[in-house]
Design a protein around this ligand. Sequence first.
Ligand SMILES: Nc1ncnc2c1ncn2[C@@H]1O[C@H](COP(=O)(O)OP(=O)(O)OP(=O)(O)O)[C@@H](O)[C@H]1O
Length: 264
Amino acid sequence: MSATAAATATDPLLRLTQVRRSFGDERALDGLDLTVAPGEIHAVVGLNGAGKSTLMRVALGMLRPDAGTAHLRLPGTGDVPAWRAPAGVWAHVGHLVEAPFAYPELTVRETVVAAARLHGMPRDPARSAAQRVVHDLELDHWADRGARTLSMGNRQRLGLACAAVHEPLLLVLDEPTTALDPAGVVLVRTWLRERRSAGTGVLVSSHHLDEVARIADRITVVHRGRAVGHLAPDGTDLERQFFAMVYATEQARTRRPAPSGRSA
Ligand SMILES: Nc1ncnc2c1ncn2[C@@H]1O[C@H](COP(=O)(O)OP(=O)(O)OP(=O)(O)O)[C@@H](O)[C@H]1O
């Protein structure tokens, strides 16, 4: 099924409901709610350690929530918990979370073909799709070079190519432009808008409010593992609003009595 076919669906592709996830005593997600619909770019912003990467890893089934649910709704299934979604579901999901996908011993082109094959594409369509996405992300010049020889920014582009080569219905991208130069940021912005137009739902995290305001349909502020508010992408002074939300959450937190045995 193509991304376009899913654009008619209105049900969220991803729904996190009251998700909690701790690492030892550290509560990384603390009752987080979030959805991603087909054909929308939903950005999450937050301070270092706010819980953005953890929510993406939960969404991708890499981590199981301690409580709450993280459900995917993709072709061939109803709602399925991400942590035990069947293999067919992952053919419709692409991600760039943690290190970009790359086989250092392969060329750039071979790496993208391998990613397509891992997502279940037959060999010839995988080659054509790889050719297309390598071109779209302006990696042609490096296509036959070893992936290990790429600069950091081009490795990030390669990671994006591998995430999207199979035209997933849902893309989950953790800070996808951190290593890119200004031209690369503009390129990826345009490319993501095209993915959205094709019906793909995109969950993206970033520290750059200006950048997410340019591409996102919705912006959720995450702080201390919760969605503490939303920023209007066409709003003014997003930075001030962002810090107001963070500050208000901190204020509310210090007013709350500490649970017995724990400091606030
Ligand atoms: N594997 C882990 N073991 C222990 N603690 C972890 C682990 N992964 C995340 N954490 C903790 O969970 C909290 C949320 O981390 P997370 O990486 O989700 O934040 P983030 O918003 O992505 O931060 P950043 O913007 O710095 O990437 C942090 O306090 C972090 O130290």
